[in-house]
Write a protein that binds this ligand. Structure first.
Ligand code: NAP
Ligand code: MG
Length: 486
């Protein structure tokens, strides 16, 4: 694959039209593998732009919710077909924009298509129950009502999947949408909105407004006509959005950080555990909220696991994700790179470096934000790199004697998104399922796997205790109406 150098200028999508911001200002988005490559320029929008989008979504909501679910579904099927026909182009844009490798970007774009189709079908599934009334002459049942206008605020690490797993259920349950993409993933997001536009959704049903989080994101949280807000991103921003929404009585849902453990028990399939730790921890350069970051290993298999892990980590090929044979791309931005490097420096003080530990330099790397995959050992649970989310390709090994100790350590963080264990012992599996405080609990599988038809979300500080995806999405994107007919 050759790198294209075309640059797109992305407009906002408001009320069925592509429009420039009133600000006349643009934000430049560059390729983290090569900062000479300008991927696009996005609108630096203002609150006035946001007001226009919210007004359009508000005006469209009555007609949209009145459509049969099956008819709303047709628009989602059509959008899915259009995205599928542009899959390589959208995936290439994603790789250029935020750095994940082209095969991963293709997989994610295909996931976006599958999410749209899953929710398209939801338009024809049941939306309530008949509940016997104590009055013999009455019919009592429940139905679902949309929230109205839903504000969607998304991060840069899954530029297709996250916008889709929020927007598709919002739409199918009869809501209209105003989406603010992450500034570092807005060019890819604009392509998704081209697909919605081509599918012919009525004007105002989906709107996209790009711009600074503190202006457009906070504006969505504050806007009196936004009835629900769904957010994925950092804890710091998420909590502020939640407080703002709560203060004005809007419904909100927050998906935030993780500090996900893998436990390698003494009876684990060590080769499987090594591969899954590498895949779960280092794919997408560690920039998944479900990425493995703490590796808790029972002492009798510690040395074998460590040797195999370090040997394989050293084989990882790093570079521009559009090139063949590259397994790991760059950090997504300069600030992300600097954060990762500062945690690596911290790790060098807190433990022992086993491999990696540097920013990569040389011809292939100098114009990008490349960092070596890094493994530490001798990390204690109170170490910064054992407690704070790094969002980079960094693993911390921790040695334990018993499974009990392993689970205690695994739970000794403020987050609770995903956790996995490698063991062949059924009793250990059952203890882990029961005692691990995480929204995703995975046995003999990496921490970073997510399926679109199952609930997704975290415990403790990882979420607002709500769930996304699968049938769980209905709980956020609708309210229950209890109907009594006599
Ligand atoms: P972020 O800084 O919180 O940004 C997320 C979104 O919020 C972006 O669209 C951002 O806009 C916007 N935003 C920024 N400041 C805002 C403010 N003051 N008010 C309202 N919105 C604001 O997070 P990120 O750096 O994009 O993503 C990395 C984080 O996301 C990590 O902590 C990761 O764990 C988390 N994450 C969680 C999940 C999950 O499902 N649990 C999934 C993926 C990522 P700008 O881009 O314009 O700043
Ligand atoms: Mg940010």
């Amino acid at each position: 694959m050759t790198v294209k150098t075309e640059t797109s200028k992305c407009l906002n999508y408001i009320n069925g039209r592509w429009v420039a911001s009133d600000s006349d200002e643009l934000i430049t988005v560059t390729n983290p593998a090569n900062t000479d490559d300008v991927v696009g320029r996005i609108q630096k929008s203002t609150r006035d732009d946001l007001d226009q989008a919210v007004s359009a979504a508000k005006a469209a909501k009555k007609e949209w919710k009145t459509l049969a679910g099956a008819d709303r579904g047709k628009f989602l099927y059509k959008t899915a077909d259009i995205i599928e026909s542009r899959l390589d182009e959208i995936a290439e844009c994603m790789t250029r924009e935020m750095g994940k490798t082209f095969p991963e970007a293709k997989g994610e774009t295909a996931r976006g298509v599958a999410i749209l189709r899953y929710y398209a079908g939801e338009g024809m599934r049941k939306e309530g129950d008949v509940i016997p009334s104590t009055d013999k002459d009455a019919l009592m049942f429940t139905k679902r009502a949309p929230l109205g206008v839903v504000g969607v605020i998304t991060p840069w690490n899954f530029p297709v999947a996250i916008p889709m797993w929020k927007t598709a259920p919002a739409l199918i349950y009869g809501n209209t949408v105003v989406l603010k993409p992450a500034s570092e993933a807005a060019v890819t997001c604009a392509k998704l909105f081209e697909c919605f536009a081509e599918a012919g959704l009525p004007a105002g049903v989906v709107n996209m407004v790009s711009g600074p989080g503190s202006v457009i994101g906070q504006g969505i949280a504050e806007h009196a006509d936004v009835n629900g807000i769904t957010f994925t991103g950092s804890n710091q921003v998420g909590k502020k959005i939640g407080q703002t929404a709560l203060a004005r009585g809007a419904k909100y849902q927050l998906e935030m950080g993780g500090k996900n453990p893998v436990i390698v028990a003494s009876d684990a399939d060590i080769d499987l555990a090594v591969d899954a730790t590498i895949s779960g921890g280092l794919r997408s350069t560690g920039q998944k909220c479900t990425a493995t970051s703490r590796v808790i290993v029972q002492s009798d298999v510690y040395d074998e696991f460590k040797e195999k892990l370090v040997a394989k980590v050293k084989e990882i090929t790093i570079g521009d994700g559009l090139k063949n044979g590259i397994w790991m791309g760059p950090s997504a931005s300069e600030s992300q790179l600097n954060t990762v490097l500062s945690y690596i420096e911290k790790g060098k003080q807190e433990g022992t470096l086993l491999c990696g530990g540097n920013r990569l330099s040389g011809e292939e790397y100098d114009k990008g934000y490349f960092v070596e995959p890094t493994v530490f050992e001798d990390i204690t649970s109170n170490a910064t790199i054992a407690q704070e989310e790094i969002f980079g390709p960094v693993l911390a090994l921790m040695k334990v004697e018993s499974l009990e100790e392993a689970i205690e350590l695994a739970n000794d963080v403020e987050f609770g998104l995903s956790a996995s264990i490698f063991t062949s012992n059924i009793q250990k599996m059952l203890s882990f399922i029961s005692d691990m405080d995480a929204g995703l609990v995975r046995i003999n599988a990496e921490s970073a796997g997510v399926e679109l038809q199952a609930p997704f979300g975290g415990m403790k500080q990882s979420s607002s205790h709500s769930r996304e995806q699968g049938e769980a999405a209905k709980e956020f994107f609708t309210s229950i109406k209890t109907v009594f007919v006599k």
